[in-house]
Ligand binder design. Structure first.
Ligand SMILES: [Zn+2]
Length: 328
């Protein structure tokens, strides 16, 4: 699960889809015309991953700008420097590796319209001081997750439809070899599993997001009982949100760890049984552990949404770096 489009799915289908379009065009098949338009939708969605969408701020219907941040770039720069290590997608290799990116390009998503970019009052002060600041911070992280989930699902859906079309066309023209059919079925299974996962994630993400949005809109300054905030006197990296689901942690939990004027602030929320679950998670991973070991734990739990300073990454033993990269 990463901050990348599922291009590998599209890539596996592309050659046989192009061949099918060629075959079908010769016979003026409707399936071939459908295939062509599906291919072009999937390709343009993959190419224009950051295309503007509707502003994520609750109640707003304007178009978003392309480059909202889920964590303020100034805070990343101040705490970690201009260059940050993060999992990055290599288009050429179709692989994830840990590489350097600039703070300016970290945590981007097409999030908010010009007006609502200004809703994050703490942006300039680079300091979170009120429960509303904390809720706004976690809201933008959840908005980014929601955008990722939806955008990936759209591509996976298109690839599923593409494969079904190829099968329909092959029923007419009988061009697929047995092996090609088997390969396509395997990709179709992967796509369908992916879509189901995204749907489950969406279902679990939304109640948490709606609760956070309602609090933000209420403008209350009383900290709600689902918002957990802890300041840690530690530096060296920034780690921003993950949604961890159905892997090692049963409930959906969102944790943001970010620099906050000399401390690292941990903000967390969870969908159910907050009083029972979160304190035990936090005491397990945050109270007795160092931030560095917490980061490693989160990496193992599967987030790709993290940023580390050059000096922290360089200080790791080569086998530790290799272990983190292999967990991506
Ligand atoms: Zn807006």
């Amino acid at each position: 699960m990463g901050d990348v489009p599922p291009i590998e799915l599209l890539n596996k289908v592309r050659p046989v889809a192009l061949a099918a379009i060629k075959q079908g065009s010769a016979t003026h098949s409707q399936h071939a015309r459908d295939l062509k338009s599906l291919m072009s939708s999937a390709q343009s969605k993959a190419d224009d991953w950051f295309a503007p969408v509707q502003c994520s701020y609750p109640g707003c219907s304007k178009n978003s700008i392309k480059n909202s941040h889920s964590i303020q770039a100034a805070a990343l720069r101040k705490s970690l420097g201009n260059q940050l290590y993060s999992p990055i997608w290599s288009r050429g290799e179709y692989a994830l590796n840990v590489g350097l990116i600039s703070a300016k390009n970290a945590s981007l998503f097409p999030g908010y319209c010009v007006t609502h970019e200004d809703a994050f009052e703490f942006e300039n002060a680079i300091l979170l001081s009120t429960p509303r600041d904390d809720a706004l911070q976690i809201m933008r992280v959840l908005h980014r997750e929601a955008w990722l989930v939806e955008s990936r699902r759209v591509i996976a859906d298109l690839v599923c439809t593409l494969i079904h079309k190829i099968f329909s066309l092959s029923t007419e023209l009988n061009f697929l070899t047995q092996e090609q059919g088997k390969d396509l079925r395997a990709v179709l299974d992967a796509c369908e599993a992916y879509v189901r996962l995204q749907e489950r994630m969406q279902i679990r993400l939304m109640p948490t997001l709606r609760r956070v949005e309602a609090f933000v809109l209420s403008k209350s300054e009383v900290s709600p009982d689902w918002l957990f905030v802890k300041d840690l006197d530690d530096q060296g990296f920034s780690f921003i949100s993950t949604i961890t689901l159905e892997t090692k942690l049963a409930p959906l939990i969102s944790i943001t760890l970010l620099p906050n004027d000399g401390n690292s602030r941990v903000i967390a929320t969870i969908e159910v049984d907050f009083d029972g679950f979160l304190p035990s998670y936090v005491s397990q991973y945050l109270s007795r552990e160092t931030i560095a070991s917490t980061l490693r734990k989160f990496l193992e739990d599967g987030t790709l949404d993290w940023y580390a300073s050059e000096c922290w990454w360089d200080s790791l033993a080569p086998q530790e770096r290799a272990r983190i990269e292999s967990s991506l």
